[in-house]
Design a protein. Structure first.
Ligand code: 9MR
Length: 384
């Protein structure tokens, strides 16, 4: 894990600092105190989603905003919340717009952070030209478009992305028509290749792996925390892809929770079964929303329960050595996607004024108490 430190010091001062560093734990030596990234075990990245187009375009030309300062100080990994989605990065058939994604990667580089790529095959946030063309696509045409996109986008950031959400939300929910099975109707690419959707998914992993052999390649979904019908289907899909030699290397549980529902205590067992297949696992989009009262404020009980839930997600990851990253889907309520979609809020670990909630403290404490694991980054046999 990389930490950003200033390196230009006079030799004498450097020697004195080196002696001091031996005596004082890093967290205390840092005047700003411990942060999530400073307390994380060395084999676990603590990340946040960020919308580069909105927040980071001018990061190298202006004094940092408070949001940017916290993003750099608290997190060892960034996920572009929207910038690498098809509609943003590939708005027209022959036009790629890398501005938002480049800003995220440049900010990460400047702050010694890793980047999680998100995402290459999804049914949502596709540009209009894809939706229009899909109406008449043959499978061969859909494959060509997808292959060009995957090789172009993954290739551009080769060596700069440590994990990619290659496929996102390709499994239906229990309540969808047809129940839990691949989303072959809603996803334009899977629809065009509905005779062999698993073959297409395997090839997407192959194209991505060829474009960036170092990135760990994930599939990712919501309602995928515990052992349930959806994760059973993912487990079967993973087995099929691996048996077919596809370079699938990780399974991500988005972890968008609500206090309206309980916490699935089988999360660790779910992670363990994917780890037993030789995969890495990750918490990729954590937030914990809740219905608020008429004053728009949470109750003391809700605040405490939210901290418990964040801790539950973190512990499920810490307890499985194959868990490589724990990412929150934005860290402040002012930028959270939740109020725009649900009649709920207070979902992140800081208020809109960047006040740290008990949920933040729960994560910090959980990380401080964690024992560093020893899991390798790349699963054996999948290094090239
Ligand atoms: O947080 C994202 C929001 O800004 C977008 O409007 C939305 C569009 O669908 O996508 C949100 O991120 C989603 C992520 O990419 C995949 N998992 C669910 C996330 C929340 O909707």
């Amino acid at each position: 894990m990389s930490h950003s430190t200033s390196t230009t010091r006079a030799a004498g001062v450097a020697a004195a600092v080196a002696v001091l560093a031996l005596a004082v734990p890093a967290a205390q030596a840092d005047p700003s105190g411990p942060t999530l990234r400073s307390e994380a075990p060395r084999d676990l990245e603590i990340g946040s989603a960020v919308w580069g187009q909105n927040e980071l375009l001018d990061h190298d030309r202006k004094a940092p905003t408070e949001f940017q300062r916290l993003l750099g100080a608290e997190f060892g990994s960034l996920t572009p919340e929207n910038d690498m989605k098809w509609a943003e990065i590939h708005p027209e058939p022959d036009v790629y717009d890398f501005s938002g994604a480049d800003a995220v990667v440049a900010f990460a580089k400047a702050h010694g952070q890793e980047v999680r790529g998100h995402t290459l095959l999804w049914h949502s946030q596709n540009p209009q030209w894809v939706t229009d063309a899909a109406a008449t696509w043959t499978c061969a045409e859909a494959r060509d478009v997808l292959e060009d996109h995957v090789r172009t986008v993954v290739g551009r950031y080769a060596g700069e992305i440590y994990e990619w959400d290659v496929v996102n939300e390709v499994m239906q929910d229990t309540w969808d028509a047809g129940g839990v099975r691949l989303r072959t109707e809603a996803n334009p690419f899977l629809a065009a290749c509905s005779d062999d959707p698993v073959g297409l998914i395997g090839d997407v992993f192959r194209w991505a792996h060829e474009a960036d052999p170092e990135a760990l390649l994930f599939m990712n979904d919501y309602n995928a925390e515990g052992v349930n019908a959806k994760t059973d289907a993912y487990y079967a899909l993973a087995q099929e892809l691996l048996a077919d030699g596809a370079p699938l290397q990780g399974f991500g549980a988005q972890s968008h929770l609500s206090l309206q529902y309980g916490f699935d205590e089988s999360m660790q067992a779910n992670f363990e079964r994917f780890a037993d297949l030789g995969l890495k696992v990750a918490v990729t989009e954590a937030d914990v929303r809740m219905p608020l009262g008429e004053d728009g404020e949470p109750t003391a009980e809700q605040i405490a329960l939210q901290a418990e839930r964040y801790d539950g997600l973190l512990q499920a990851c810490l307890n499985v050595s194959a868990c490589t990253s724990f990412t929150v889907w934005g860290f402040d309520d002012g930028r959270s996607w939740v109020p725009g979609v649900f009649d709920e809020g207070y979902a992140t670990i800081m208020t809109e004024d960047f006040e740290k909630k008990p949920s933040y403290v729960a994560l910090l404490d959980g990380l401080t108490d964690a024992t560093p694991g020893t899991s390798p980054r790349t699963p054996p046999g999948l290094s090239s």
